[in-house]
Design a protein around this ligand. Structure first.
Ligand code: IPE
Ligand code: IPE
Ligand code: MG
Length: 244
């Protein structure tokens, strides 16, 4: 069954860029009467499986929401568990991703992370910078509103420095000032766990993105669920404001 779906997906046009809001780790753990941390650990396994599944499907861009600017408001114990998980993920996974030709990028403001995490992030980007395979982007301390404010500040600074005129600020210059300057807009955004909101993810970039919401909790999201979301996308009619 899962293989049939994967074959159908391969035959159709794949979205160039898939973005994923990985949600529901806590509820997954609660359903088993386990602590939330168990759900986050299982969530990392799902992330690994989806990245490898996307490489196998020859997807071009895959972007994950890993930690939002608002997630710092969680209990300190949970935030510190997530930071430990991030450290372990970067230490364990980057070499294997590099071997598979994955290029890793991180979006979000890095200054708030501990220096060892910043070094791991910078190292992963540098190691994989020349890779031509799947482009994986992980959003960490990312907020869409903050990204837009930072872009406005950058452009204003360039105007103040006399490097840019106000009239020269257009959509393409704005896009170039975002964290996602190197990425195409997402064609498909998947959110797990039944929530139907953006939660401050890719606000500018999702202007014409197709959305797929699934009740599956992130730790249960695997290759078959990815293939089903891609199939759903393939049945959509994207008009971009024109007459279809
Ligand atoms: C997603 O799962 C992981 C992060 C936001 C870091 P949650 O932790 O949000 O899980 P729920 O939504 O509470 O079930
Ligand atoms: C969004 O999920 C952030 C990530 C998946 C990293 P949340 O669980 O934080 O979002 P809300 O609070 O339900 O909107
Ligand atoms: Mg959540």
């Amino acid at each position: 069954m899962a293989t049939d779906v994967a074959n159908d997906v391969r035959r159709g046009a794949l979205p160039r860029h898939v973005a994923i809001i990985m949600d529901g780790n806590g509820r997954w753990a609660r359903a088993q009467a386990r602590p939330r941390s168990v759900g986050h650990t299982a969530g990392v396994e799902a992330l690994r499986e989806i990245v490898h599944g996307a490489v196998d499907l020859d997807l071009e861009y895959l972007t994950f929401f890993g930690f939002s600017t608002e997630n710092w408001k969680r209990p300190a114990e949970e935030v510190s568990f997530l930071m430990g998980l991030l450290r372990r993920y970067l230490k364990r996974e980057v070499a294997g991703l590099h071997e598979r030709g994955v290029r890793l990028r991180f979006i979000g403001a890095r200054a708030r992370f501990d220096s060892d995490i910043r070094a791991l992030i910078d190292g992963a980007e540098a190691l994989t910078a020349e890779n031509g395979g799947l482009n994986v982007t992980i959003a960490l301390n990312y907020g869409g509103r903050e990204e837009i404010v930072l872009a406005a500040q950058r452009l204003a600074a360039a105007v103040a420095a006399g490097e840019l005129s106000v009239e020269e600020i257009d959509e393409s210059r704005f896009q170039a000032a975002l964290f996602t300057c190197d990425l195409p807009a997402p064609d498909l955004l998947i959110r797990t766990s039944g929530e139907q909101r953006l939660s401050n993810f890719l606000l500018w970039q999702s202007a014409y993105t197709e959305f797929v919401f699934t009740d599956v909790l992130w730790p249960d999201f695997g290759r078959a669920e990815l293939a089903a979301a891609l199939e759903d996308y393939q049945a959509r009619d994207r008009r971009f404001g024109t007459v279809g």
